[in-house]
Write a protein that binds this ligand. Structure first.
Ligand SMILES: Nc1ncnc2c1ncn2[C@@H]1O[C@H](COP(=O)(O)OP(=O)(O)O)[C@@H](O)[C@H]1O
Ligand SMILES: O=C(O)C1=C[C@@H](OP(=O)(O)O)[C@@H](O)[C@H](O)C1
Ligand SMILES: [Mg+2]
Length: 174
């Protein structure tokens, strides 16, 4: 996989809003790049032996964010496609680490599509307070994802996850 990540860690990291397709696209991307697939939400659930929603409901938002940061800062990622949880974007140390592992790929999905997906998938854990809407979360985070991304994928044409993965492979091989 030469010329793809240009880092010793040989990783590609997907970032974006909850519902953007990081976990779905990541599986196809890993297969295409012959890398392992790593969903960081699994690390959190394994560590707490609880679902993300339960962690947030019982221990709160600050606990969840601190856990996500400390746990992921401790992992030695190598040769992996990393599907992050959308809230990693709040941690400067974590984003700095992920960026050093290889390209950060932002899956940029229109707000309306995202809202449809998260409504269908409900209940979906999100690192936000009860009185923050999904739209407010999107407005708050979108500029952060744009600022950190090495590559932004416009996922507005209702492409399937495997098609989006193919697009990413082509861009990485350029
Ligand atoms: N490109 C896509 N087109 C249509 N539905 C998608 C696409 N990507 C993901 N989905 C659906 O949207 C939901 C959220 O996808 P997921 O991969 O869990 O997103 P994330 O990990 O970014 O939160 C799932 O129900 C998934 O099947
Ligand atoms: O963006 C968020 O606030 C979150 C996204 C979730 O992962 P996905 O982005 O894979 O849905 C999960 O990490 C957690 O529930 C918080
Ligand atoms: Mg996910």
């Amino acid at each position: 996989m030469s010329n793809v990540t240009n880092t010793e860690a040989n990783c590609v990291t997907l970032i974006g809003m909850p519902g953007a397709g990081k976990s779905s696209v990541g599986r196809y991307l890993a297969k295409a790049l012959k890398l392992r697939f790593h969903d960081t939400d699994d690390d959190l659930e394994r560590r707490e032996n609880a679902t993300l929603q339960t962690i947030m409901d019982t221990k709160g938002l600050d606990y969840f964010r601190a856990l996500e940061e400390s746990l992921l800062l401790d992992i030695d990622f190598q040769g992996e496609v990393i599907a992050t949880g959308g809230s990693v974007i709040y941690s400067q140390p974590l984003m700095t680490k992920l960026k050093a592992l290889g390209p950060l790929v932002f899956l940029d999905v229109p707000l309306l599509t995202l809202q449809d997906r998260v409504a269908q998938d409900a209940p979906r854990g999100m690192a936000k307070s009860q009185n923050t809407s999904y739209e407010e979360l999107y407005q708050q985070r979108h500029p952060l994802y744009c600022a950190w991304a090495d590559i932004t994928i416009d996922c507005g044409d209702s492409a399937k996850p495997e098609t989006i993965a193919d697009t990413i492979v082509k861009l990485l091989r350029r």
